[in-house]
Design a protein around this ligand. Structure first.
Ligand code: SRM
Ligand code: SF4
Length: 587
C-alpha cells in the first residue's frame, strides 16, 4: 500500500466567528430526543442561533441561553477557567493554603473544576490535596527527555507519586501539590509538553497510529495531523479559548493503519484515510462516544476533506458543537446528541457554514482501510519500514509506572533507539528506531522482565482504568484486582490467542469495556450472605477493527470474588481455552 506525505502546515489559530443576534430563543431545558430512526428532524431556524459569544477573548454562554443549564456551565460562567492559565491566575491560587481555598466556593471550584482546563484533577476523595496531571501527547509520541522530566516530578512525591499510561495513549502523573504547579508548568514548557485543555469540556488527546512512520504497512503517517490538531486545539500550548468552552468533552483520532489501533468508532471525530479524484484526504466519522447512559459508534458525516483541511474541518465541527450543543443534563451533552437533534444532514450543514469556503465535499468511496485485515500484535520485536531497524512493543501491566521505571524506559530509548517512546491506547509502550544489531542486547535488559515484550497471552490485552485508588467516581478497585484475577485465570486455563479483557471502575467506561472481548464494569452487589460487596457487570462480544461492534452485558452484578470461575468458563466456551489440568493429562 502506498504511503502519503503531507506538507507540515502552520497551525490555523483561533479565528473568532461572529453570528447574527437577530433571532433569540430560550434554551430548551428538555434534552433533545434521539431521532436516529425517524428521518431528518424538523429544526426551527432559531434553534441554529449560536449560544455562545466572544467577550474579551473568551467564549461565554449568552444570557438568554442560561436557563436550565447544568452546574458545570455555571462554574464556567462564574469565572472563566482559561484565565487561570492565560492570565496567570494559577500563580496566585498556588500561594493559597488548601484549607483556605476550601473555605470559598470560588476557589474551591477553581481547584476541583477549573484547574481541569490546565490538566489538573484534584483527587479530593482519595488523595486529598494531591492532583493528577493529564498531559497532551498527540499520537502518543514522547521523548526520553520528557519522560525523565515527568519522572523527576513524581519522584519528589515519594509514595504519593506515580504515573499512568492512559487509554488515549497519554501520560497522567500523580501526587502533584498545588504550590508546585507554576514550576511544573514551566518545566513542561521547557521539555515541549503541555497539559492544557485536557479535562472537562475540552478536546482530549488526539489519538493516532502508534506505529506511524515506522510501519511497513501503514496507510499514512498520522503524526503530522495529530500534531497539527493538538497545536490548533491548545493554541500552540498558549491556550485556545475558542474551543475551550464546549458543551462537553470531545475526542478526536486520525487513522493511519489497517489495524485501526486508533479506535475510530468510539471517537467524536475520526479521520479515515481515503482518496478522492487522485487526492489524498480523509472521510469523516462523527459522534462516537461512551457515557454512563448511552454508548454509540461513530457515524459517517458523508464528508471528505483533503489533507490540508484537517484543521479547518476540526475547527468547523468544534464550532458547530460549541455554538449549538445542549448544555442541560450532562448525560445528554455529547456531540452525538446534537447530531440526533439536527439530523446528520442538518449537522453537516452547520459544519459547512463554518468551513472557510463554506464547502465540504461528499465522502469518497475510495476508503484506504482494508476491510479484511487481521489486527497485528505490536508487542515484541518487529521490523520497521526503515531497513535495518526494528521497534519493540513492551507490555506495561495496566499502564502503571513509577519514577525509576520511567527513567529506565527513557534510558532504553536513548541507548537502543532514537530517544523516542510511544504510548498506546492499550496502556503499553513502543520504542522505535532500534538498529537490528542492538536487539539482542536490548532483550537482555533486566527491566524487560517487568515490562515484557512477550507477556503471558492473557496479559497482552489487559486494560484497566484508574479505579478507586485515585478516581473519585470509581465504584471498585480495578488495576491491582485485574492483574490478580488475570494471573489466577492464567493458572487455570491455557489459550492460543489473546483475549482482550478490559476493566473499568464505573459506568463512565474510561477503559472502554464495550470494545473488549470480555469487559468488567464496576458496580456494587451482594454476595451469597447478602453482604454488599464490589462486583462487576460482565460485557461480552466487543470487536475492534473494520467489523467493530460494541459488546453487550452478558451478566450483571457478579461479585468480584466470584469472577475467576466465570471468566474461566467464558474463555473455555467462547475463546478456545483449555483447562490446564486437562492439558497436562493430555500431554
Ligand atoms: Fe475518562 C471521567 C480517567 C479515558 C469516559 N476519566 C474521568 C475522570 C476524569 C473522572 C475523575 O474526575 O476522576 C477520570 C480520572 C481518574 C484518574 O485519576 O485517573 C478518568 N479516562 C480516564 C483515563 C485516565 C482512564 C485510564 O486509566 O486510561 C483515560 C484518560 C484518557 C486521556 O488521556 O485523556 C480516560 N474516559 C476515557 C475514555 C476512553 C477513550 O477516550 O477512548 C472514555 C470513553 C470514551 C468517551 O469519552 O466517549 C472516558 N471519563 C469518561 C467519562 C464519561 C463521559 C460522558 O460523556 O459521560 C467521564 C465522566 C465525565 O466526563 O463526566 C470520565
Ligand atoms: Fe474513574 Fe470510572 Fe473512569 Fe474508571 S471508568 S477512571 S472509575 S471515571
Amino acid at each position: 500500500m502506498a504511503s502519503f506525505s503531507i506538507k507540515f502546515l502552520a497551525p490555523s489559530l483561533p479565528n473568532p466567528t461572529r453570528f447574527s443576534k437577530s433571532s433569540i430563543v430560550k434554551l430548551n431545558a428538555t434534552p433533545p430526543q434521539t431521532v436516529a430512526a425517524a428521518g431528518p428532524p424538523e429544526v426551527a431556524a432559531e434553534r441554529l442561533e449560536p449560544r455562545v459569544e466572544e467577550k474579551d477573548g473568551y467564549w461565554i454562554l449568552k444570557e438568554q441561553f442560561r436557563q436550565g443549564i447544568n452546574p458545570q456551565e455555571k462554574v464556567k460562567i462564574e469565572k472563566e477557567p482559561m484565565k487561570l492559565f492565560m492570565e496567570n491566575g494559577i500563580e496566585e491560587l498556588a500561594k493559597i493554603p488548601i484549607e483556605e481555598i476550601d473555605q470559598s466556593k470560588l476557589t474551591k471550584d477553581d481547584i476541583d473544576v477549573r484547574l481541569k482546563w490546565l490538566g489538573l484533577f484534584h483527587r479530593r476523595k482519595n488523595q486529598y490535596g494531591r492532583f493528577m496531571m493529564r498531559l497532551k501527547l498527540p499520537n502518543g509520541v514522547t521523548t526520553s527527555a520528557q519522560t525523565r522530566y515527568l519522572a523527576s516530578v513524581i519522584r519528589k512525591y515519594g509514595e504519593e507519586g506515580c504515573a499512568d499510561i492512559t487509554t488515549r495513549q497519554n501520560w497522567q502523573i500523580r501526587g502533584v501539590v498545588l504550590p508546585d504547579v507554576p514550576e511544573i508548568l514551566k518545566g513542561l514548557e521547557e521539555v515541549g509538553l503541555t497539559s492544557l485543555q485536557s479535562g472537562m469540556d475540552n478536546v482530549r488527546n488526539p489519538v493516532g497510529n502508534p506505529l506511524a512512520g515506522i510501519d511497513p504497512e501503514e496507510i499514512v503517517d498520522t503524526r503530522p495531523y495529530t500534531n497539527l490538531l493538538s497545536q490548533f486545539i491548545t493554541g500552540n500550548s498558549r491556550g485556545n479559548p475558542a474551543v475551550s468552552n464546549l458543551p462537553r468533552k470531545w475526542n478526536p483520532c486520525v487513522v493511519g493503519s489497517h489495524d485501526l489501533y486508533e479506535h475510530p468508532h468510539i471517537n467524536d471525530l475520526a479521520y479515515m484515510p481515503a482518496i478522492k479524484d487522485g487526492r489524498f484526504g480523509f472521510n469523516l466519522l462523527v459522534g462516537g462516544f461512551f457515557s454512563a447512559k448511552r454508548c454509540d459508534e461513530a457515524i459517517p458525516l458523508d464528508a471528505w476533506v483533503p489533507a490540508d483541511d484537517v484543521v479547518p474541518v476540526c475547527k468547523a465541527i468544534l464550532e458547530a458543537f460549541r455554538d449549538l450543543g445542549f448544555r442541560g443534563n450532562r448525560q445528554k451533552c455529547r456531540m452525538m446528541w446534537l447530531i440526533d437533534e439536527l439530523g446528520v444532514e442538518g449537522f453537516r450543514a452547520e459544519v459547512v457554514k463554518r468551513m472557510p469556503q463554506q464547502e465540504l465535499e461528499r465522502a469518497s468511496p475510495e476508503d484506504l482501510v482494508q476491510k479484511q485485515w487481521e489486527r497485528r500484535d505490536y508487542l515484541g520485536v518487529h521490523p520497521q519500514k526503515q531497513e535495518g531497524y526494528s521497534f519493540i512493543g513492551l507490555h506495561i501491566p495496566v499502564g502503571r509506572v513509577q519514577a525509576d521505571d520511567m527513567d529506565d524506559l527513557a534510558r532504553l530509548a536513548d541507548e537502543y533507539g532514537s530517544g523516542e517512546l510511544r504510548l498506546t491506547v492499550e496502556q503499553n509502550i513502543i520504542i522505535p528506531n532500534i538498529e537490528n544489531s542492538k536487539i539482542d542486547a536490548l532483550l537482555k535488559e533486566p527491566i524487560l522482565s517487568k515490562f515484557s515484550p512477550d507477556p503471558p497471552i492473557l496479559m497482552k490485552g489487559l486494560v484497566a482504568c484508574t479505579g478507586n485508588q485515585f478516581c473519585g467516581q470509581a465504584i471498585i478497585e480495578t488495576k491491582a484486582r485485574s492483574l490478580k484475577i488475570t494471573e489466577e485465570v492464567q493458572r487455570q486455563v491455557s489459550l492460543t490467542r489473546p483475549v482482550r479483557m478490559h476493566w473499568t471502575g464505573c459506568p463512565n467506561t474510561c477503559a472502554q469495556v464495550q470494545v473488549a472481548d470480555i469487559g468488567f464494569m464496576g458496580c456494587l452487589t451482594r454476595d451469597k450472605d447478602k453482604k454488599t460487596v464490589e462486583g462487576a457487570d460482565v460485557f461480552l462480544g466487543g470487536r475492534i477493527g473494520s467489523d467493530s461492534h460494541l459488546g453487550e452485558v452478558y451478566k450483571k452484578a457478579v461479585p468480584c470474588d466470584e469472577l475467576v470461575p466465570l471468566i474461566v468458563d467464558l474463555l473455555i466456551k467462547n475463546f478456545g481455552a483449555v483447562p490446564r489440568e486437562r492439558e497436562e493429562t493430555e500431554d
